[in-house]
Design a protein around this ligand. Structure first.
Ligand code: HEM
Length: 149
């Protein structure tokens, strides 16, 4: 394929705090520390982009990786920020830098794109901890139909 070889608190109960704020705060600690495998829908994952000090999660082949150590790639304003907080298998398999095909089922990719995706997955496996799984929704399957394999 060639592409990859190319790379030279406290217990105070604050009921006014809304769900989003809670998730952002939770996201400032590595989930791996808790030893839990969490499930993330696209909406859940979208909180973890590195904005507001959150951690950076990226899903590849429906495994959610903690890519906070790769903030130089995925952090706010960085080259691959568009992948942060998303399921990006279609984007990686097709070598697309953009969010258009993110959060969509990827099981129809062409063999060559699937192979590229597998190489990305191996890179992520070697570099980042898996902290959860991506939960497909109806929208995830519906979005697949918008794109060519
Ligand atoms: C001319 C085109 C491109 C150049 C020159 C380029 C260059 C680079 C370089 C130098 C790195 C850092 C590698 C490292 O230090 O380990 C990198 C990382 C990365 N590139 Fe590109 N890239 C290009 C196109 C693309 C495209 C089309 C994609 C779409 C999938 C992509 C996705 C990524 C990702 C996801 C990483 C981060 C990998 C990690 O987390 O370690 N790149 N790129």
């Amino acid at each position: 394929m060639g592409w990859l070889n190319f790379w030279p608190r406290s217990q105070v109960n604050n009921e006014a705090e809304d769900e989003d704020e809670k998730k952002k705060k939770a996201g400032t600690k590595p989930a791996a520390d808790t030893g839990e495998m969490k499930k993330f829908t696209a909406k859940d994952l979208a909180h973890f982009t590195g904005e507001n000090g959150s951690r950076i999660y990226v899903s590849v082949k429906n495994k959610v990786y903690d890519c906070t150590s790769g903030a130089a790639f995925y952090g706010p304003g960085k080259a691959y920020a568009v992948f942060a907080g998303k399921e990006v298998s279609r984007c990686l398999g097709k070598m697309l830098i953009g969010e258009e095909e993110a959060n969509a089922n990827w099981d129809d990719l062409l063999p060559e794109h699937m192979q590229t995706l597998d190489e990305w997955d191996a890179k992520f496996e070697s570099k980042y901890p898996v902290i959860g799984t991506f939960e497909p929704t109806d929208e995830y399957y519906a979005r697949q139909k918008l794109f060519t394999p």
